[in-house]
Every structure is written in structure tokens, then in C-alpha cells.
Write a protein that binds this ligand. Structure first.
Ligand code: JB2
Length: 206
């Protein structure tokens, strides 16, 4: 895989953050793809949105790494099913990731994030600006740990789960798959799959 440049899928707000990480890491922007025709050809922080997301055959022939820069986890999952790309992991140089931590393909670790020893982070995850993933934590594929959220030691978050900005998952607490934790929540006990919880202490909504 050619990792000196990167192809970004998504041309919205999160793509700006991914581009910023690539710039800081000295990685060039090879292309920005977005299916929204109204965005194609437009400028995104100094880069042109190239065009629609190419088809599977095109991706099979491309050796340039790619990253899906879309906040919605289901959208990232759908795109992986349709694009057999060479997924590139992108880590902002101001993030601190211990050598023993594992980080999956297509995952973005943003500026100022901290990932401590023996953390295991899946594929196509977003560890957003200033988030903390403490020792022995797990984050499943397509998860998103939003800005300044904190996973305390040994906590685990399942596939596709969004931990909102500034939320705290207490030590060793398990959160299931495709759940949403509201911004600023404090999660004290186990959370199942597909739930939305919020507050201090966090409780189910609705
Ligand atoms: O299913 C999809 C799809 N969903 C959205 N397939 C394809 N090919 N493209 C999709 N998109 C594209 O992603 C839209 O056309 C749009 O251009 C872009 C999403 O841009 P937006 O600015 O709406 O959201 P974002 O994902 O870049 O950022 C969100 O998530 C971030 C983590 C925002 O909530 C940000 O504030 C947040 N920081």
C-alpha cells in the first residue's frame, strides 16, 4: 500500500479533521470522494472534492491508502462493504499511542488523543480530538469516541457505539454494540446493545 498520500471518503466536517491529521503527518491528499453531487468540484479547506465514490473495481486497482472520514458509523460500515480499498490507519502526530496498543485499519486518531498500553481499537474507528482511551480498554469496529470523551481503565465499547463529547465510561464498564452515550454523560454500569443513554449518572432515554 502506498501511504505517502491518502484518499478520503466523505467531504464534510469530519473530513476536514482527517485532512488536518494527514497534513500534520506529512501525508498528501490524493483525492476526496463524496456522493453528494452538490459538493463535487467544491473546495474543502484548500482541496478540491474530486467526485463520487468510485466503484469496487476501481478500488481493487488502487494501491493508495484510503480512509472513510464520515462521522456516522453505519455509513462507514456501508462504505467498507462496497469499497474493497486498502484502508489506511491515520494518527495525528500530536496523539500519543503506546506501542503496545493495537489500532485497526481505517481508524483515525485525532489531535491530542491518548491511547494507553494494551488498548485494543478496532477498524474504522474514530478516536476524536483529545479523547482518552486508558489502559486495557477495547473499542469495537466503527466506534466513535468523540472529542474529550474518556474511557477509564479496562472499559470496553462495542462495535458502532458512539461515546459523545466529554462523556466518561467508568473503569471496567462494558458498553454494547451500536449504542449511543450522550455528550457529558457519566456511565457507571453496564450498557446493552442498541441503547441511547445520557445524563449523570447515565440512564436510558425514551
Ligand atoms: O452513506 C454514505 C454517506 N453518508 C454521508 N455514503 C457516502 N458515500 N457518503 C456519505 N455521506 C457524506 O458524508 C455526505 O455526502 C457528506 O458530504 C458527508 C458528511 O458530512 P457532514 O459534515 O454532514 O458530517 P461528518 O460526518 O463529516 O461530520 C459529523 O461527524 C463528525 C464526527 C459531524 O457531526 C461533525 O460535527 C462531527 N465532528
Amino acid at each position: 500500500m502506498n501511504t505517502s498520500t491518502i484518499q478520503i471518503i466523505g467531504g464534510g466536517g469530519h473530513a476536514k479533521v482527517a485532512i488536518a491529521a494527514a497534513e500534520a503527518a506529512g501525508i498528501g491528499i490524493a483525492a476526496i470522494f463524496d456522493d453528494d453531487a452538490s459538493k463535487q468540484g467544491r473546495d474543502l479547506i484548500g482541496y478540491r472534492i474530486t467526485g463520487a465514490v468510485p466503484d469496487a473495481a476501481w478500488w481493487r486497482g488502487s494501491d493508495v491508502g484510503a480512509l472513510i472520514a464520515i462521522g456516522d458509523g453505519r455509513a462507514r460500515q456501508r462504505i467498507t462493504a462496497r469499497c474493497p480499498a486498502r484502508w489506511q490507519t491515520l494518527i495525528h502526530p500530536t496523539a500519543w499511542v503506546h506501542a503496545s496498543a493495537r489500532v485497526g485499519a481505517g481508524t483515525l486518531i485525532c489531535a491530542g488523543a491518548i491511547v494507553q498500553p494494551d488498548a485494543v481499537i478496532g477498524a474504522h474507528v474514530i478516536i476524536n480530538t483529545g479523547a482518552v482511551v486508558e489502559h486495557d480498554c477495547k473499542v469495537g469496529d466503527f466506534g466513535h469516541i468523540a472529542p474529550m470523551a474518556c474511557l477509564a481503565g479496562g472499559a470496553s465499547v462495542g462495535d458502532g457505539t458512539l461515546v459523545g463529547a466529554g462523556a466518561v465510561i467508568s473503569p471496567a464498564v462494558k458498553v454494547g454494540n451500536w449504542s449511543t452515550i450522550g455528550a457529558g454523560s457519566v456511565v457507571l454500569g453496564e450498557v446493552g446493545d442498541g441503547l441511547t443513554i445520557a445524563g449523570v449518572p447515565a440512564r436510558p432515554l425514551g
